[in-house]
Design a binder for this molecule. Sequence first.
Ligand code: FUC
Length: 826
Amino acid sequence: MFTDPKYYPMRNVICYFLVLLSLQSYAQERSPLTLWYEQPAGEVWTNALPIGNGKLGAMVYGNVENELIQLNEHTVWSGGPNRNDNPDALAALPEIRRLIFEGKQKEAEELASKTIQTKKSNGQKFQPVGDLNIAFEGHTTFTNYRRELDIERAVSKVTYEVDGVVYTREAIASFAENVIAVHLTASKPGMISFIASMTTPQPNASIALNSDNELAISGTTTDHEGVKGKIKFKSLTKIKNIGGKLTSTGTSIAVKNADEATIYIAIATNFNNYLDLEGDENSRAKGFLVNATTQSFNDLLKTNLVDYQNYFNRVSLSLGETDASKLPTDERLRNFRTGNDPSLVSLYYQYGRYLLISSSQPGGQPANLQGIWNKEMSPPWDSKYTININAQMNYWPAEKTNLAELHEPFLKMVSEMAEAGEETARVMYGARGWMAHHNTDIWRITGPVDAIFWGIWSGGGAWTSQHLWDHFQYSGDMEYLKSIYPILKGAAMFYVDFLVEHPDKPWLVVNPGTSPENAPAAHDGSSLDAGTTMDNQLVFDAFSTVIQASELLKIDQAFADTLQLMRDQLPPMQIGKHGQLQEWLDDIDDPNDHHRHISHLYGLYPSNQISPLRTPELYSASKNTLIQRGDVSTGWSMGWKVNWWARMLDGNHAYKLIQNQLSPVGSNQGGGGSYNNLFDAHPPFQIDGNFGCTSGITEMLVQSANGEIHLLPALPDVWQDGSITGIRAKGGFEVVELDWEDGQIEKLVIKSNIGGNLRLRVPNSLLLENGLKEASGSNPNPFYQVPVTADPIVSPQAKIIPPNLGETSVYDLNTNAGEIYEIVSK
Ligand code: FUC
């Protein structure tokens, strides 16, 4: 009908009218799961909004006249394949052990600094690729500005008006085509004019326009600490315009009077894996770009919605909504502590899931300290993987919030550390199996880095391998268990050789050990010790998982027997004179110590060695420890505390920590909080706090620990009504729907994927129908076997506070694989 050119203007008018209409209806239907702002990000990176596909990350500033999109690619790291073991450790080990046993920690530390600490790389840096700059001439004065990130659709969007024309920019990170795509439109035809250019902070890189009219950045990453930079990267940017004219000059591309334009950015490197850099960054980048540019922005968007929502839509959370939710996100953040804005919690919760989907995808690198978003050449802590808490915390939400596939990059990293860490175990400690210290990077270093009281910790293998076990426990996939058994076994084997007899006490202990990053005054501020509580708990778990796995797989009985014997000789947990859970082997904790790491509560969460229901004395000690350490802390530490208080079944205290987390950075007595873009503030930005809090909110509503599924275990007073869908529990169960009112379950639907006994602990009575019966004896389901924690040693001065728990009922239901059960309240 509109083929005659003379109708074109009319067609355009109709089209733009329709666009405006749909813009308006879109505005009205705006998803509540949107972060939005009335101002551009300006110069502040933590105002910008993150998009990502697990391989590419971008921060969209939404600046009007000069838009800035900062770019990352997951494998752009300094350095190249390298190891950082210190072989001098082996000869010095007996002397270091002797000094520690004799209480000469400072002397031991001095010797260990020279012989154990690495003399090589302390880890390499995750680095940015560059920036896309888009200059819009004349867009100096604007009105009706809005900048948003719709996390239900994974689209960043900016709209504003200049001289009666509404301009819209949308940006996505395409999962299918591996590009960042930016779409520029206006409410009137012919109004899209801009100049696009690239910049990069990488010193060994050049920017040029190639023969295909693409803006190319070609570079090699930097050397660091004597390790040569060997990642070659290529970024290609192409612009497709509809209407108007495209010209290129030097290192920029200008579009004039177009109706719309799409900017496609592909980035690739030569990285194949931590040992192999034989890939071709040029053909890879070109391939992504060629494929992506055959599609319009809307086609890319359509596919992306399906790909993204396949993950995102598995879980929903509703805690109610008030008028407070109508305000821009930064204002909601400012008001949260004093106001009533429950849907900011559900937004923040889902943002954690959004960030995991965007920064961790199968085949990619795991989310690092900043996920996949970093603009600094030398980011805080190199933006690498701190494995004495932070990297693990990133993956706490993965299984339970129904994103198990996204655990893969981390699990892969653990299997690579298991390869690399075999040499570390052998060369440094003369031990079989594998181990890692407190950090790793893209090169999977496993040697000890940074200052002595961080670096010497040996638990990296024991802790990270628990994630493989967890992945199995949620799915029940026996083939998977078989495939990971050697890694679990290797982590345990290390301790079979590394544990030593304590000279004065009847225990096997880790020596040298630490309790991550803390150092008691009683040891002259040295963190080295033997048999610290966290080390004991980690060895307990490393051994217990292999004992359980060998039983399930019916293999390796003799090894499991050895582990059982050794496990019985680990020091039990101890309750000290201040009523605290002892962090160290001796009762030397300072009740005024507010250190951010409370590593000895690893046993409470993520492990399951302490529980108000099973180990009341240890519950009491954990409570005292949590109170003595206080609430104010760095971002990730607050995130951990939400999980801990949830496991303590104290919803109101967990909520207090959420209030701290959802406070603007700087307003928390020196502790962490959130930036305007809801990134967690350590400070500085560290993504673990986002993930930790998302995990903790789940733990407040559904726990699958303690030999049962506990529903609404830690409901705060302010969430008496709500609903959550799609939460996974161990043993292949899924809480398809859980609705509650006045703190009582209204509707409960559970799917059993692999069958077996479903043991439920709930706050109210359920109807005994369709096979549901009151629970008796221990749960026969193999995924709910809880290794028995030894009775603690209690100081005569310790005051034990018995748990004061709400009433609950416990039921059993024998389930069949693949069936869905609706369970009804009385
Ligand atoms: C550990 C923590 C710090 C920070 C760093 C990345 O060293 O103690 O607080 O989170 O990791």
